[in-house]
Write a protein that binds this ligand. Structure first.
Ligand code: GSH
Length: 201
């Protein structure tokens, strides 16, 4: 087994949390390096892209959350085995990534600019993507996004949808997910009560 060191923020969510949950759930030995947002510059000083998550594998730095999710998902038994189910899992993770990249710029905005950008997300972006994710969930059987069992796709989606429902994002109503994709609210509950999530936290 290679030596694994995983670098990400210390909050329980975001791009890095699915991999941490999977590693912990599967009892895979790894160094869990968590840092506060305030030390981001120092904590990423050794990384060429100055981004996290980073998974070091025997000293080699690997970036890109979804690539890391696939690798860790295979180690933890949380990534499908067949081509088609892998495709469904990957597609879902990339949809969530698309949504995330649309939210992130608003973190650096203030006042009216932030309000108007978030309102635009709520009117034009979230409805479309949430409905699409709900369709995908239904097409996959209604409970999980791939393989009829919990995979990395469910962990990644739930991080995002739970965040949207949390009220932590100013100008994003807590009922944004239930308005457009009520089955995704049930999905949050399903994942949060799943032994993988409970053990992996
Ligand atoms: N495509 C990358 C994006 C990584 C990324 O943007 N991470 C954020 C934190 S969640 C970050 O480090 N942002 C700082 C920056 O890009 O300078 C991935 O999926 O891992």
């Amino acid at each position: 087994m290679p030596k694994l060191r995983f670098h990400y923020f210390d909050f329980p969510g975001g791009r890095g949390e699915p991999a941490r949950i999977a590693l912990r759930f599967a009892n895979i030995d790894f160094e869990d390096i968590r840092f506060p947002a305030e030390t981001f510059v120092e904590s990423t000083a050794g990384f060429m892209l100055k981004q996290v998550p980073v998974l070091e594998i025997d000293g080699q730095q690997i970036t890109q959350s979804n690539a890391i999710n696939r690798y860790v998902g295979k180690l933890a038994g949380l990534y499908p085995k067949t081509d088609f189910e892998q495709l469904l899992c990957d597609e879902t993770m990339d949809i969530v990534e698309d949504i995330t990249t649309k939210i992130v710029p608003t973190f650096f905005m203030q006042g009216e600019q932030k309000k108007s950008a978030r309102e635009d997300l709520c009117q034009n972006i979230f409805p479309k993507y949430l409905k699409f994710l709900e369709q995908k969930l239904t097409a996959a059987g209604g409970e999980y996004f791939a393989d009829k069992r919990l995979t990395m796709a469910d962990l990644k989606t739930m991080m995002l949808t739970a965040h949207l429902c949390s009220g932590a994002l100013d100008h994003v109503p807590k009922d944004i997910v239930s308005q457009y994709a009520p089955l995704l609210v049930e999905h949050i509950t399903r994942v949060s009560q799943h032994p993988v999530y409970i053990k992996g936290q």
